[in-house]
Design a protein. Structure first.
Length: 143
């Protein structure tokens, strides 16, 4: 299994799409609990439209996002607390169902996990891969 990971922090939508196309990504799996952004071009509907123009699919997995307490821990740089909160999130029934859907998607098409944070080690994307796809080959993309 191979998966890509990308954060849009500091990027434009054009730079973001270019990085995806350069890697051969065909689908973006948005794993934000709140798929809205103050960054132009990265709220769910606008992002999905921009990806569609580049022939990249968009799928939202809100249940695989970080709950508020985890986002607060991430902002404070408390990775241990983020990991603890996120582990609880992944035990919820809707997260289990979406996790299975995500794994199926990753097995079918080149897919990139999307969140805000540029550094994957500071983001729940790495925790998600570790929990659901521990044997996956991960390629971190940077826009």
């Amino acid at each position: 299994m191979r998966i890509f990971s990308i954060g849009y922090e500091g990027a434009t939508q054009a730079e973001f799409v270019s990085a995806l196309l350069g890697a051969g990504v065909k689908c973006v799996a948005d794993v934000r609990a709140v798929p809205l952004s103050r960054r132009p071009g990265f709220s769910k509907n606008i992002l999905a439209a921009g990806l569609r123009e580049a022939d990249i699919a968009y799928v939202g997995f809100k249940a695989l996002g970080t709950p508020p307490a985890g986002r607060e821990a991430a902002r404070k740089g408390d990775h241990a607390r983020l990991a603890e909160v996120y582990a609880g999130q992944l035990e919820l029934p809707e997260a289990i169902a979406q996790g299975a859907q995500l794994c199926d998607l990753v097995n079918e098409t080149p897919t990139a996990l999307l969140c805000f944070e540029r550094n994957p080690e500071s983001c729940h994307r790495s925790l998600l891969v570790g929990a659901l796809m521990h044997d996956a080959e991960v390629t971190h993309l940077f826009a």
